[in-house]
Design a protein around this ligand. Structure first.
Ligand code: ATP
Ligand code: MG
Length: 471
């Protein structure tokens, strides 16, 4: 029989392990959304920059035009008030803002009549031409008066405009310094909170014992993921049905074998008594031994079917100490060696394990101690308050490489005792089905010989508190 339940849980664990190896959705969203926001902001900055540039150009042009038109009458007055036209006069700017501009006052032929102190004739066009002109370095505006006989050419360096546009663009980009970390943090927080339910769902899968195929509580999963949880539960349900069918077949087959085996054994025992002394007696003894082996094997197969079943966990917590005491008392009646039992004093040791499953596990471990250990030495069984069960027996040391293999099905060690090699496999399947761990050690802890089997059960503290309050 395949351990499908264990396989299904391992698969779910493997998949949830893969989730962390795969690219994190949270990381993807954080990086993607932040990059998207940054990109959009940059595009918005670019578009706004173009608009600002246009508006600034208009504002600068109108300032240039206004200055030219204010200066022109003053310049004409100045020219006409001069006594003689000897050399073009250089006028100092009135304020710092005017220092940006330089201007020339010329006649229609291009002769300079007046110029600002910072004016360089090279930056102007050779002949006056009304309106706006842009050169490589300057923006020029030309206006005329006195029926286009006198012209004023006013120039403004382009770098003033460029500096103003850059100032605007930098001001628009500055919020990005705050926006990028804020968006990283905000998206991370949002996704982290949104995925909280997904993480609890994953934890719920991870916490399961290998035999637990009951539906997983989906909680408040996001709408996109909750169909997945439904599909998983559906799959688990189908798996459970298939496993139940297979297990009930194994259990029923083993059970059905019981009666004919018992009948055959009874017949053989009768024959044993009735048959004359001689070789026939020896053959009857052999057949009887084989029938007993067959009967034990069918018993172990039934236990294995139970171990692989889904009902290993109990709904209410069970006191392991009380169960242990009861089972040991029962075994002492037929035991060939003494059994020493040490139980924790005080509070009960509570764990959610089905009492029948606990009994099967314990019987297999004790039966091994009785069967494979030194018969004269007592078997020591103890349970700690931390739910650690230990079964120790005296006997030859089992080599470590062999120890690792003993929990496999139909695997036997060097022991001369009878057996099918299923006991430890059953114990291990039950242990992992209830979330406990089985550890085999030889020689036993603190000794030079012997064999030690430890099972660490899981205590559910929440349930423990509840149970203590109810008692
Ligand atoms: N307490 C022990 N002391 C020494 N050897 C042990 C002990 N328990 C198990 N072993 C070794 O491990 C082997 C496997 O044990 P397991 O319980 O699986 O099978 P078994 O006892 O041989 O047969 P079965 O339990 O099916 O009747 C045994 O054959 C024995 O060699
Ligand atoms: Mg055994």
């Amino acid at each position: 029989m395949q351990p499908y339940a264990a396989w299904a849980i391992d698969w779910a664990r493997h998949e949830s392990g893969n989730m962390s190896a795969a690219v994190s959705l949270q990381k993807r969203l954080v990086v993607g959304l932040t990059m998207g926001i940054t990109l959009l902001w940059l595009v918005a900055t670019l578009v706004t920059g173009r608009l600002v540039q246009r508006e600034l150009d208009e504002a600068f042009d109108s300032a240039l035009q206004e200055t030219a038109q204010r200066l022109l009458p003053l310049a004409i007055l100045e020219i006409f008030n001069r006594e003689e036209t000897i050399a073009p006069q250089r006028i100092a700017p009135l304020n710092a803002q005017q220092a940006h501009f330089s201007y020339l006052v010329r006649d229609a032929g291009g002769k300079i009549l007046l110029q600002s102190i910072n004016a360089t004739p090279d930056i102007f066009t050779a002949r006056p031409k009304e309106g706006f002109t842009t050169t490589a370095t300057h923006r020029l505006y030309s206006a005329s008066a006195l029926r286009t006989t006198i012209f004023i050419d006013i120039a403004e360096p382009l770098h003033y405009r460029r500096a103003a546009i850059w100032d605007a663009i930098i001001a628009l980009l500055q919020p990005l310094l705050l926006l990028i970390p804020l968006s990283l943090l905000g998206v991370w927080l949002l996704v982290h909170l949104s995925l909280r339910s997904v993480r609890s769902y994953r934890d719920a899968i991870e916490e399961r014992g290998a035999g637990d195929l009951s539906p997983i509580e989906a909680g408040q999963l996001p709408a996109e993921i909750s169909p997945l949880a439904d599909a998983v539960n559906h799959l688990m349900e189908r798996l459970r049905c298939a496993l139940d069918a297979e297990r009930s077949f194994t259990a029923n087959s083993a059970h059905e074998l019981r009666t004919p085996l018992a009948a055959a054994l009874a017949q053989i025992q009768r024959l044993h008594r009735e048959a004359p002394e001689g070789p026939l007696q020896a053959r009857i003894t052999q057949i009887e031994a084989s029938l007993r082996d067959l009967s034990r094997l069918s018993e172990k197969l039934m236990q294995l079917a139970k171990a692989e079943g889904g009902g290993l966990l109990s709904e209410t917590p069970q006191d392991l100490a009380a169960l242990l005491e009861f089972i040991v008392q029962d075994l002492r009646r037929s035991a060939t060696a003494a059994i020493q039992l040490t139980l924790p004093a005080g509070a009960p040791v509570l764990a959610t394990i089905d009492p029948d499953a606990f009994a099967i596990l314990l019987r297999n471990l004790i039966e091994n101690g009785l069967k494979h250990g030194t018969p004269e030495a007592a078997i020591e069984i103890s349970l700690s308050s931390a739910a650690l069960l230990t079964v120790i027996n005296a006997g030859p040391v089992v080599p470590v490489p062999m120890l690792a293999r003993l929990t496999g099905r139909f695997t036997r060690g060097d022991s001369g005792a009878d057996g099918s090699g299923l006991g430890l496999a059953i114990a291990k399947t039950i242990a992992s089905g209830v979330g406990a761990t089985l550890t085999l050690t030889s020689p036993a802890t603190g000794r030079h010989d012997g064999f030690e089997a430890c099972v660490q059960f899981k205590i559910d503290t929440r349930k423990r508190i509840k149970a203590e309050f109810s008692t």
